[in-house]
Design a protein around this ligand. Structure first.
Ligand code: HEM
Length: 528
């Protein structure tokens, strides 16, 4: 990698040379401002007068510039583009988007890191968010995936604990390898995703050089009322490329916005990144008998059983005009699914269907869907009304209740409805069946696919982070790595002895003594 790429500042073209202005400054009401250099004071030495409403407006609006950052995936970058259908899948779906080969649709992509805050360095070891919004003729279709085909946990009830273990420690306000590996070592279902993340793909070379995945099983359905379970894959046409931990650490210190700059600059130069879109399709009936639980987010479907079928491609070709308006205010939600797209009984997905719209209402307000970046290109007619900050005409005089006699919007029951989602059983908090407790076979296969050199880097990657956890957690985790492959456990043990990977003593002390005592009155770990 050339160091020039890392350091060279890249600003939008219009900041490369000075320009004179013919635009008159106004306040928010459009009143021209005659003097923007000096506050109104009583005499040349002050104090300031309350009547200086221009000063007060500037201070008050400045104080309200921030909206809450996303609780996860806070640091991200995005761009608009074009999706094109390349294969006929009308036998699986009646989605208007896929009605014919060659059909195109405008779209938005946002890529992100997960755990860090809005200003965090891009080149950290973390999964990357891979969010896509397709502005289809029948409303928005959102695909809110990651750059990994699996996830750490498989029930929404564990998501908050998982994320807390990745975020900052309540006392030190630092990220804590103790918390991370404590959680992972007590949640062996996370092993597949963790092995993925501690391999080379844990730090992509850029957002352009990584794949994306729905990870979850979704569904497609057709006019005949048939449902097909589907996993989505987005393969980078730039080739998968990654950074080593040393390269990434160096870049993080020199250019924390490295991935943001790369994406923006490439598009600015006309070097538009592209991805192929493929699906794996499982007929509904096979989901009952397939030997891998089809709704277990910690497992993949082998391509030998469900081959990849290429259905489309997309290109990102338009940078945002304003980052806050179009990327920070973008609101992706897995529940945005037009006709022809559906969900699955995946417990995590079901939790996500509620979570995102709820997060948007908190983060950017109840009318977030009306913001230009989130607004469907097709007509929107609801019976929602009012609420804070309607920038549009609030649906004018359209009737505000249903049923009504005045031509208000009515349900579209002339076309085939989504087939019923097949579920059965009594409501209870079910544990996963024993047959789904194989947490190690797929990560083992993944590990054995890597060449010796990448396996070696993986040992070091694990050791660099696991070395920061106390010994009892290290031992527990090594036991799990042995189950993935004894060679992996052995390799990480050797790397852990390297002096550069030893723990920081003060963090160990805080976590093992003070907090174990406070929580349980005992120094012994609860489960070992
Ligand atoms: C963002 C919740 C699992 C991918 C978010 C946000 C929330 C959230 C609240 C912030 C949304 C915002 O403020 O705009 C959850 C919950 C999960 C879950 C409750 C489990 C029950 C997952 C999984 C994936 C994923 C499994 C990937 C397969 C993303 C992405 C974003 C995100 C890519 C960033 C969206 C954007 O670019 O704006 N998640 N999440 N999440 N999540 Fe999840």
């Amino acid at each position: 990698m050339s160091s020039e790429k890392v350091f060279k500042p890249s600003e939008p073209g219009d900041m490369q040379s000075p320009k004179s202005s013919s635009t008159v400054l106004t306040n928010s009401a459009g009143n021209p401002v005659a003097n923007n250099q000096n506050s109104v004071t009583a005499g040349p030495r002050g104090p300031v007068l309350l009547q200086d409403h221009h000063l007060l407006e500037r201070m008050a609006i400045f104080n309200r510039e921030r909206v809450p950052e996303r609780v996860v995936h806070a640091k991200g970058s995005g761009a608009f583009g074009t999706f094109t259908v390349t294969a006929d899948i009308t036998k699986y779906t009646n989605a208007a988007l896929f009605s014919e080969v060659g059909k195109q649709c405008r779209m938005l992509a946002r890529f992100s890191t997960v755990a860090g805050e809005h200003g965090f360095a891009d080149t950290v070891r973390d999964p990357r968010g891979f969010s896509l919004k397709f502005y289809t003729e029948e409303g928005n279709w959102d695909m809110v995936g990651n750059n990994t085909p699996v996830f750490f946990v498989r029930d929404g009830i564990k998501f908050q604990d998982f994320i807390h273990s990745q975020k900052r420690h309540p006392v030190t306000d630092r990220r804590s390898e103790t918390m991370m590996f404590d959680f992972w070592s007590l949640s062996p279902e996370s092993m597949h995703q963790v092995v993925y993340m501690f391999g080379d793909r844990g730090i992509p070379r850029s957002y352009r050089h990584m794949n994306g995945y729905s990870s979850h099983t979704y569904s497609l359905w057709n006019d005949a009322g048939e449902r097909y379970y589907v996993k989505w894959h987005f393969h980078t046409q730039q080739g998968v490329q990654n950074l080593t931990e040393d390269e990434a650490t160096e870049i993080a210190g020199k250019n924390p916005d490295f991935h943001r700059q790369d994406l923006f600059s490439a598009i600015e130069k006309g070097d538009y990144p592209k991805w192929k879109v493929s699906i794996q399709v499982m007929p509904e009936a096979e989901a009952e008998t397939y030997h891998i639980h089809p709704f277990d987010l910690t497992k993949t479907w082998p391509h030998a059983d469900y081959p990849l079928m290429e259905v489309g491609e997309f290109e990102l070709n338009e940078n945002p005009v304003n980052f806050f308006a179009q990327i920070e205010q973008s609101a992706f939600e897995p529940s945005n699914a037009p006709r022809g797209f559906g969900f699955s009984p995946d417990k995590m997905l079901q939790a996500r269907l509620m979570s995102y719209a709820d997060a948007h209402r908190y983060r950017i307000g109840v009318n977030y869907a009306a913001l230009p970046v989130n607004h469907a290109v097709s007509p929107v007619h609801t019976y929602h009304k009012d609420g804070q900050t309607h920038f549009d005409l609030n649906q004018g005089g359209q009737p505000v209740y249903e049923p009504n006699s005045f031509g208000g919007p009515v349900q579209d029951d002339q076309r085939p409805a989504e087939p019923a989602l097949r579920i059965d059983g009594n409501a209870a908090r079910y544990d996963w069946p024993k047959t789904d407790e194989d947490y190690f076979a797929q990560p083992g296969e993944l590990f054995r696919l890597l060449d010796e050199a990448e396996q070696g880097r993986m040992y070091d990657n694990f050791a660099r982070h696991l070395g920061g956890a106390p010994d009892f957690i290290q031992q527990r985790y090594l036991g799990l790595l042995d189950k993935v492959d004894p060679k992996l456990g052995a390799g990480v043990r050797v790397s852990l002895k390297k002096p550069e990977f030893t723990a920081e003593p003060e963090i160990r002390t805080i976590l093992t003594e003070k907090h174990t005592n406070a929580a349980g009155g005992t120094q012994r770990p609860q489960r070992d």
